[in-house]
Design a protein around this ligand. Structure first.
Ligand SMILES: *Cc1c(COP(=O)(O)O)cnc(C)c1O
Length: 371
């Protein structure tokens, strides 16, 4: 059997829908000695990681921690803790991830009322207002802040007001926005939110940062039945992560991934949130200008900076362009999903990958392979 070093994974420029390029500092952190999950030294690292996560989520929520699995696990953790069999929920669907949320809510025993918008569009305030009027018994409303399948950037502030005036909770998917776009959990009164490590945090995939408001915790405390998921049951995870109780064994924390997340958050905070958002904004505009010169236009009107979903020009071979970018330039971009398959490219500018060097190289490479 060959040693791992001989497998020699290529140093790709990851400009797809995630994972994004991981800085060496984070990879080195992963290689640090593994501590025990109850070792005081590890607990200190974990507590620090949760405190840093609060800063990045812009929240004081006590229950803010990384779920031990990728972004989808954050979605399942929130659904299984907040929802009981027989509940009604409102789910905004304008792409793949809203659709997945609906599926998960239904698996948790809820009746999900969808609020649909066309792919590439955002969900309007009016549509949400209409849905909360039509379904006054709904417990919560879910919405995707950054719909990675379409590149749509969903405004949340007005919708948050509508949801809370109706006495419901607001659940947000911020997997592709956290650390790339402002995500103000407290100011926007988000009750439960989840993200992923491999998008704008530029950490390898493996953890899903989540945060629950006091309102959400009151709903969890008032449950009549246990959550259907044992692994994600927040009432058991709380003592371990929030430091509110004894640090008891629930599951073995993914120690070295926590090191990686800690380092990723340190990089984010060293750069500063506002500087980081501004860098993503500038790189998005640089890319947009360059694509325009190549005759390529954006699909969503309200585009994310972190995920650029563009129309493939007439007569261009989608698969060939992507495979040549990868083989000749080591650049990965994403294909279209669902109705956008074969019609769109998804170009990620996330975290460590959102640099002028990458944007300019990508534009030059794209022009070359499209010839
Ligand atoms: C990537 C992504 C997820 C899922 O995350 P995984 O890490 O792939 O499990 C969920 N929602 C959105 C919007 C995403 O972009």
């Amino acid at each position: 059997m060959s040693e791992f070093a001989q497998l020699n994974p290529a140093e790709r420029i990851l400009m797809g829908p995630g994972p994004s390029t991981v800085p060496a500092r984070i990879l080195q952190a992963i290689g640090a000695p593994t501590l025990g999950h109850l070792d005081p030294q590890y607990i200190e690292i974990m507590d620090e990681t949760c405190a840093m996560l609060r800063r990045v989520f812009q929240t004081e929520n006590a229950l803010t921690f990384p779920v031990s699995a990728t972004g989808m696990a954050g979605m399942e953790a929130i659904a299984s803790n907040l929802v009981e069999r027989g509940d009604e929920v409102i789910v905004c669907v304008n792409g793949v991830f809203g659709g997945r949320m609906k599926d998960i809510m239904e698996r948790c025993g809820a009746t999900a009322h969808p609020v649909e918008a066309e792919w590439g569009e955002i969900v309007t305030d009016e549509a949400v207002a209409e849905a909360v009027r039509a379904h006054p018994k709904a417990k919560l409303v879910t919405i995707v802040h950054a719909e990675t399948s379409t590149g749509a950037h969903q405004p949340l502030e007005k919708i948050s007001k509508i949801v809370h005036e109706a006495g419901m909770l607001l659940v947000v998917d911020a997997v592709t926005s956290l650390a790339g776009h402002p995500v103000k959990v407290d100011e926007w009164e988000i009750d439960a939110i989840f993200s992923g490590t491999q998008k704008c945090l530029s950490c390898p995939p493996g953890l899903s940062p989540v945060s629950f408001s006091e309102r959400a915790l009151a709903v969890i405390d008032g449950r009549e039945s246990k959550p259907q998921s044992w692994y994600f049951d927040v009432s058991m995870l709380r003592a371990y992560y929030s430091g509110s109780g004894k640090r008891a064994y629930h599951h073995t924390a993914p120690i070295n991934m926590i090191y990686a997340l800690r380092e990723a958050l340190a990089i984010v905070l060293e750069e500063g949130l506002e500087n980081r958002f501004e860098r993503h904004r500038q790189m998005h505009h640089r890319l947009r200008e360059g694509l325009k010169m190549l005759g390529i236009s954006y699909i969503p009107k309200n585009s994310l900076h972190t995920l650029n979903c563009v129309s493939i020009p007439e007569g261009v071979d989608d698969a060939q362009v992507r495979s040549r970018l990868l083989s000749e330039y080591s650049i990965e971009i994403g294909a279209g999903l669902g109705p956008f398959a074969g019609k769109a490219w998804r170009i990620g500018l996330m975290g460590h990958a959102a640099t002028q060097r990458n944007v300019d190289l990508f534009l030059a490479a794209l022009e070359e392979v499209m010839k």
